[in-house]
Design a protein around this ligand. Sequence first.
Ligand SMILES: *Cc1c(COP(=O)(O)O)cnc(C)c1O
Length: 619
Amino acid sequence: MAGPNVIVNIDKIEANARSITSMCGDYGIEVTGVTKVTCGMPSVARALLRGGVKGIGESRLENVHRLRANGIVDEMMLLRIPPLSETDEIVRSVDISLNSELSVIRSLSRAAEEHGLVHNVILMIDLGDLREGLWPEDVLPAARETLELPNLKLKGVGTNLTCYGGVIPTEKNMLQLVDWAHRIEDTFGVKLETISGGNSSSLPLLKKGNMPQGVNHLRIGEALMLGRETVHRSAWPGTSQDAFLLEAELIELKKKPSVPIGETGEDAFGKTPTFEDKGKILRGILNIGREDVDVEGLQPVAPQQRILGASSDHLLVDLSPDYEKGEQEQSDLEQAGPQRLELGDKVAFRMNYSALLAAMTSAYVSKREIGAEPEGGQRTVLRFFGGNLSRDPDSAFHRTLRSIGYRVVSSSDSIKPGRELQTAIAGCVQNNCMPVLCGQEQLSPDGFTACTRSIENAGLLWLSPGAGIIGDKKSSPAGSLGQLLQGENEHYLSPAADNIVLVGLREVGEREAGIIRRLGITVYTMEDIDSLGISAVLRKALQRAVIGTRGVYVYFDERLADGGQEGLTNRETHLAMEMIARSGFMRVLDVSGAHTGGRSGSKLKKFVASALGKRILGP
Ligand SMILES: *Cc1c(COP(=O)(O)O)cnc(C)c1O
């Protein structure tokens, strides 16, 4: 595996969750598990849920969509105050949001009404930390209006401390929160379900037994992930501090002086470095740098190792054996077989919160999960249906797919089209398997039907030069999008038009254009791609297709990638596919109707591999 990676120990995260939720449970407190530092990693969310958290808290909608597309159907809470522009997406994607602005709350109500949903609101109260929250005098009016607005439920109140101002949760400020809850209850004759007393910084107060009665909910991230409370950053009893480790590879290992030779000025980041002379030391260079992590937040796992500094792409470490030991012992240690590091070996680091966030966000750092996640957790089985996308398990194509972590199950020709095939595909989708459909007709009608029936709410991302709404009667009698969407009397089926996005169109008939407009389907033409770029278009298209769904059906028509004549260049296609993979939104990949032999077949296989997660930098 090239490049640095984060090792995510799923079992330790689950154990951390068990330990913290059981302690909180003793005090009558429920925990929402916050996954934002992992960018909404589904396996981490599942570990937290197994460990006893009540639901998942996220600050970004993209992470919410990734979790939903990967089977997390549990209660989802949006932690960051909603932007006015996204209220529609929010009511469709999360169950609860934390709020402090009346205009946003009104907009949430309108959106929930429009979609026939009930959205839960927690009013945030600022108790002095000066990040989000209503100023106390505004609490009662806000509660009144929230209670009066349709399709909203005032679920409770909450506060956030130790984030901006560093204000520590105390009995006093927690009592204020409980007091506000009671005032709302008394004034309006309602009962509030939730009094949410904060984040990981509330744990010490709880442990001391000083959390006031009434506080019944916490939103916990750091303590679950890194096993630390956040007032003093001390290790939390019963948790592991190394559920996440960063590993990088030694690319140079040499004995060199500890002080640079020659006149010194500023380093690459404009700072003037200072050095302590320790004579010659064993210096290692690792293939990771400031572009990937927050170097200040790293700590080598081995106690005698020390970080010397870093540039964008290099991390320098002192790997000399223990200084406290005498020369003889040092050289003994250096010789001591397995402990001795060699070029190519990995060096491991613990990370603080900001280093972890940076590493999880960096596209240059791969993430490797370890631990025994129960069967069916991860989507690691890939099953081909129909077509000739390489039946040969020894082919380079299958090897590539295995190298990115899939167990590949080959095409099963004996399955009859129609009901039987639909059942097989639905079974695959429901059992966390990724179906890759390569039938004869353009768009697999069976795949599409199976998917719309077995995924409650799927989006459709259609990558093709044509809308396929009317369909080419000769080549695809049953496979036109229009027929599938509109049923007999143009009666509209599923997915919802809101979640259908067509990308790459360059020829649309008048009747088709009419249908697209009438249904309100989102379209990005080749013209849009020319002017906005494929990456901007794909980002918007994916977002649009996934809102409020449990994942996206991706149909890719190979004619779209014509080497850049009228359609996409090969690189643009790969980029589009890589973005689909990275989003984690895809539930089904349909390349039906493609030529799977010869040169165009081998190009298609590369596109398919990209869509399934193959990266240039591997894995
Ligand atoms: C991030 C966040 C949390 C979790 O904080 P930790 O310190 O990681 O426990 C809780 N509430 C809100 C509003 C947050 O943004």
